[in-house]
Structure formats: structure tokens, C-alpha cells
Ligand binder design. Structure first.
Ligand code: HEM
Length: 157
């Protein structure tokens, strides 16, 4: 019984830390390190330019609304970095199916057949974009650390 309680305890701890990893920073150090809204705008522009030229992943973005993705990424990075923004997200209204509205990374990416290799390629492009804008490496790592746990929602293949 003791063992069981310990096991449940560990499970809860793990779940809590995973959930926490996907909450924004509570202070704005990373947001400021990225150069605030203007810095994030430039980083996302360069990031998407790299992604759309990257032979490993560019085909995945054909037929999608790039300016909209750009806008949403700016909101998301700003929010997770502890800045004064809110990801307004793609609105997957599943009300018709009786599930209620869903708006998260899982529902956005679920039909895209994304692999770990594709996820890593995109993360590399983000790191290069941040380097191009002289983001200190500690700050860049902290943004990536917030996005990395999304892998389990985004990779489906
Ligand atoms: C940390 C990794 C990732 C993050 C943080 C991320 C974030 C986002 C965000 C914020 C959007 C905009 C959704 C909206 O309109 O509200 C989006 C859309 C999209 N993402 Fe990702 N993404 C990631 C990985 C990937 C990867 C690896 C691929 C494919 C190689 C990918 C392909 C797409 C596509 C095609 C869309 C457009 C979907 C649509 O408009 O229906 N994403 N992503």
C-alpha cells in the first residue's frame, strides 16, 4: 500500500512538473532578454523565413496562412516569456461534436503528421533566429525550455 501511495505521489509530481513547464514565466526577464515585443517581432520574422526555406520542414507550411502563424507565434512567445501578451490561438470549435471549444497546440497540430525530426529542425531554426538577433544564449535556452514540453502535444508520428 505504501509503495502504491509513493507511486501515485511520484506520478502526481511528474504531472505537476510537466504541467508547470507549460505555464509562462512569472517574471519578464526572458521577455526583456528577447527585446520585448519589437525584439520578438523580429525574431519571429527571421524564424519563419528560416522555416520556410528549410528543406526538412518547409513543405509542411504550404497552403497555411503564414501571416496568421506569424502573429500567433509572436503572441505565444511573448506570453511564455513572461511578457504582457496572450496567445489568442486558433479556435477549434468542437461544440458541434459536443466537446466544447478547444484551443491548444495539440488540436492545432494534430492532423499535421509531425515527427521528432521535424520538431527538432524547427527548434534549431528558432535557435538560429535568436542568434541572428544577438539574444543571449541563456535567454534563448529559457524560451526553448518553455516550448520543448509541447513536443508531446505536437509530435504525432
Ligand atoms: C515548439 C514547437 C512548435 C510551436 C511552439 C508551434 C507553434 C505554433 C503556433 C502558435 C501556431 C499558430 C496556430 C494558430 O493559428 O493559432 C502553429 C501553427 C502551425 N504549426 Fe506549429 N509549432 C511548433 C512546431 C511545429 C512543427 C514542428 C511543425 C511542422 C514541421 C509545425 C507546423 C505548423 C503548421 C503547418 C501550422 C498551421 C496550422 C493551421 O493554421 O491550421 N509546427 N504552430
Amino acid at each position: 500500500m505504501k509503495k502504491f501511495i509513493k507511486l501515485v505521489g511520484c506520478g502526481l509530481l511528474l504531472a505537476a512538473s510537466l504541467a508547470m513547464a507549460q505555464t509562462p514565466y512569472t517574471d519578464d526577464a526572458v521577455y526583456r532578454g528577447l527585446g520585448g515585443k519589437e525584439g520578438i517581432r523580429k525574431i519571429v520574422d527571421s524564424f519563419l523565413t528560416l522555416v520556410l526555406a528549410d528543406p526538412r520542414i518547409k513543405d509542411n507550411f504550404a497552403d497555411f496562412d503564414i501571416p496568421q502563424i506569424n502573429q500567433r507565434l509572436q503572441e505565444q512567445f511573448c506570453e511564455y516569456a513572461g511578457g504582457p501578451c496572450k496567445y489568442t490561438g486558433k479556435y477549434h470549435d468542437k461544440a458541434m461534436e459536443g466537446v466544447g471549444p478547444v484551443r491548444d497546440m495539440k488540436s492545432v497540430h494534430q492532423d499535421l503528421q509531425i515527427t521528432n525530426a521535424m520538431f527538432n529542425a524547427l527548434t534549431e531554426d528558432l535557435q538560429i533566429a535568436m542568434e541572428q538577433h544577438q539574444v543571449p544564449s541563456g535567454v534563448a535556452l529559457k524560451l526553448v525550455a518553455k516550448l520543448a514540453p509541447m513536443q508531446r502535444d505536437i509530435v504525432t508520428k
